[in-house]
Write a protein that binds this ligand. Structure first.
Ligand SMILES: [Fe+2]
Length: 318
């Protein structure tokens, strides 16, 4: 939605710039000489819109803009066709120039966008590989973190979070337990109850994860979610005992998503819960473990949407 609004604003701005240049160009006379100089400068400004369109919309947008500018320019040229052969050649050259000014940057910007997308895709694949390895170590499954990410992003969508922030929240959810890499196997994989000392060790993983993730430039906001993913709305969580809205909003969304996934996933000691049971469990902890606004939003999501995510990311023991 935000992206669409941004594109609409750019189109309106571009059309306005073309309109202002065209009106001033048509109305500025070529006599006397001082006006003629202004007339020529205005004509050169037609180069600007194709370059702007190339930067904002790529090759296609640049071609459409160059076409619009060419039509306006040709109309003016025919209305006031110069007798001078050199001036005719000059005007033809400018016409070709509008297309060169649009097409070459348009192609380059498209290429740059495509390379950036490839880079973002490669970054994501690397993170997914890392998270799958960590999930596999702890749960003997690979897809817990990816499901939790999808559930968290779905809640964020319902709360009207914009795309960029939603993506950062998604990365935070995906990487929430990355700090468990620092937890020794004998604690992380211990089948029985943990001792107090072992719990102390386990409770260090949000901070360990935060230290790992915050060093990666594009994951700075995600790091805050990693740090806060065991905080509870009533202040009973760890490591900092944050309360209410002092817990990052993304972490409050994550808490609900994580518990829903834990309840509805197969565990060695119990069968997965059905949606209704899990929803009742989450509702029962609204205001204590969970932010009530997030719980209400989560409960308003049609169960089929959650089940579709669960189906897409079916865990398989390897
Ligand atoms: Fe954790």
């Amino acid at each position: 939605m935000c992206k669409q609004n941004g594109s609409r604003s750019k189109i309106i701005f571009l059309v306005s710039v073309i309109g202002i240049i065209a009106i001033m160009h048509y109305l500025t006379p070529t006599e006397p000489h001082s006006y003629h100089k202004l007339h020529i400068i205005l004509r050169k400004l037609y180069f600007l819109p194709p370059v702007m369109a190339a930067a904002w919309f790529g090759l296609r947008g640049a071609c459409i803009t160059a076409l619009g500018v060419s039509v306006l320019f040709i109309l003016h040229a025919f209305l006031d066709w110069p007798g001078n052969y050199m001036e005719q050649a000059n005007q033809m050259g400018e016409l070709v120039g509008f297309w060169i000014a649009g097409v070459i940057p348009g192609w380059l910007f498209d290429r740059q966008r495509s390379l950036l997308l490839d880079l973002a895709h490669a970054n994501e694949e690397t993170l997914l590989g890392l998270v799958s390895a960590l999930d596999l170590r702890e749960h003997n499954t690979r897809l817990h973190s990816q499901r939790v990410r999808e559930y968290t992003e779905l809640i964020a969508t319902k709360l009207g979070v914009d795309e960029k922030v939603k993506r950062e929240i998604g990365f935070g959810a995906l990487l929430h337990d990355v700090g468990k890499i620092a937890v020794p196997d004998q604690i992380l994989l211990k089948p029985g109850k943990l001792t107090d000392q072992e719990w102390d060790e386990m409770r260090k993983h949000p901070e360990a994860g935060y230290r790992i993730v915050k060093r990666i430039g594009f994951l700075k906001d995600a790091a805050e979610i990693v740090y806060s993913h065991h905080e509870q709305f009533d202040g009973g969580g760890y490591p900092r005992g944050l309360k209410g809205k002092s817990i990052p909003f993304g972490a409050r969304m994550f808490m609900v998503a994580d518990v829903y996934d834990a309840l509805t996933s197969e565990r060695p000691y119990r069968s997965p819960m059905k949606y209704d049971e899990a929803a009742a469990e989450i509702k029962g902890q609204s205001g204590s473990h969970f932010d009530p606004v997030v719980v209400d939003t989560f409960l308003a999501i049609p169960p089929e949407q959650l089940q579709e995510i669960s189906r897409r990311y079916q865990d398989q023991s390897l």
